[in-house]
Design a protein around this ligand. Structure first.
Ligand code: LLP
Length: 413
């Protein structure tokens, strides 16, 4: 469900026609819908009903302060993977006490900042990290709350670049090593085990992998409790997929039912870390046609957004819907929509049937709210796009377009 729709052939974000934004702010521009973001959060948290739970939005999906603020207002917690993300959560008014910290390469500084800030817990990914966290805890005279991120060795059946729960993945500790590590951690004075954690991958479109992983995790949770570890949280990670084209992922309600039944009657608060699900189809990337260009093999449409602005098609062969901002009748032709970046992979939409785009026309790359702006780069010295948040018939720039001076801040020629 999202709030981007045509009215009299013009694509709107809620009640705002996209051309109004593009004309005022320029292109490329990311446009987000407040109503979609709020609704997604509510649907997700309501899916767990009265089962004790906390939704910790995965900041990496879209770390823009206005998005974080909106979700914090809704009551969301946060899943972070760096000190930078912690700083963003705090700057946006998010609560550290509802924040969990994952990632295979945390530094001592990042750990110390998060511990001082009073985060809910650390998701620890290796024995050496456990030892460093213990030292950081002792240095602050505290017991750092932690869960081990366990690799349940489950095939999430998603793109190989975004699967994380396989044996060969760098994430988490092997399932078989977990019990011994908790026993070791119990002897460390700077640590306090509070839960167990897993995350098996992203854009997962069926329930079976979640069921398999969570059944294993619940068994582990029970075993650890029986051994005297005072655990309270089972962090089930994120990863629930969304519809880009034809995918039919489980609904949040189906997902929550699967999770709750897989974990059974354990006395844990479930932590759910959705990223894409909350923000994915709450955003579009609006771009303008620069040129058309015909070669013997292809009809190309060159637009002003490139792979640096939206990296997913180049990196994962990802498909994003492409919609004309103003619909026009005419004969459809097959085109490749490409960006200005000097790379052959800079193809935003491949072999799409469109009424032949005209120079200056606007197009929207759909479902671009997740892993769009947060993965944007300055490759080819391209300033990153502006971002706009729509709310009903009102809208505001929530991040200015970068200037070229921003590009060389800190440089010394
Ligand atoms: N929790 C952890 C520990 C994660 O590593 C991730 C995503 C999430 C939660 C959120 O997953 P989500 O609900 O968004 O699927 N850049 C890729 C996706 C990378 C996901 C990395 N981890 C893409 O554009 O498809």
């Amino acid at each position: 469900m999202n709030h981007f729709s045509y009215r009299k052939r013009v694509l709107h974000a809620e009640d705002v026609p996209l051309p109004a934004i593009a004309d005022a702010v320029g292109t490329p521009v990311y446009v987000y819908s407040t109503a979609t973001l709020r609704r997604h959060f509510q649907v997700v948290t309501e899916a767990f009903g009265s089962h004790p739970h906390l939704v910790c939005y995965a900041v990496k999906a879209n770390s823009t302060l206005a998005v974080l603020r909106l979700l914090a207002e809704e009551g969301s917690g946060f899943d972070i993977v760096s000190g930078g993300e912690l700083a963003r959560v705090k700057a946006a008014g998010g609560q550290p006490g509802k924040t969990v910290f994952a990632g295979v390469g945390k530094t001592a500084d990042e750990m110390a900042q998060a511990l001082s800030a009073g985060i809910l817990f650390f998701n620890v990914e290796s024995p050496e990290e456990l030892e460093l966290l213990d030292a950081v805890g002792r240095a602050q005279g505290k017991r750092a709350p932690f869960a081990l991120r366990v690799n349940p060795n489950v095939d999430a059946r998603t793109h190989r670049h975004i699967a994380t729960g396989l044996k060969t993945s760098k994430f988490g500790v092997p399932f078989e090593d977990t019990v011994a590590l908790y026993a070791r951690a119990k002897k460390m004075k700077g640590l306090q085990a509070v839960g167990v954690d897993c995350h098996i991958g992203s854009q997962i479109t069926r329930t079976a992998p979640f069921k398999a992983a969570l059944t294993k995790m619940a068994g582990l949770y029970k075993e650890l409790k029986a051994q005297g570890h005072a655990l309270r949280y089972l962090d089930i990670g994120g990863g629930l997929g969304i519809t880009y084209t034809e995918e039919t992922p489980p609904t949040p309600a189906e997902y929550a039912r699967t999770a709750i039944s897989a974990v059974g009657d354990i006395d844990a608060t479930l932590i759910f870390e959705p990223g894409r699900l909350l923000v994915g189809n709450a955003g579009v990337l609006v771009t303008r046609v620069l040129f058309r260009k015909e070669t013997p093999a292809r009809q190309f449409v060159v637009v002003d957004a490139g792979m640096n602005d939206l990296m997913r098609p180049a990196l994962y062969d990802a498909h994003h819907g492409l919609q004309p901002v103003v619909q026009r009748r005419g004969k459809e032709v097959e085109v490749d929509v490409v960006g200005p970046v000097c790379e052959s992979t800079d193809v935003l939409a491949r072999q799409r049937k469109l009424v032949l785009p005209q120079q200056g026309e606007l197009y929207a790359l759909m479902t671009a709210g997740a892993y769009g702006m947060s993965m944007a780069s300055n490759y080819n010295s391209r300033p990153r796009p502006a971002e706009v948040l729509v709310d009903g018939d009102a809208w505001r720039v929530v991040r200015e377009r970068e200037s070229v001076e921003d590009l060389w801040r800190g440089e010394r020629p």
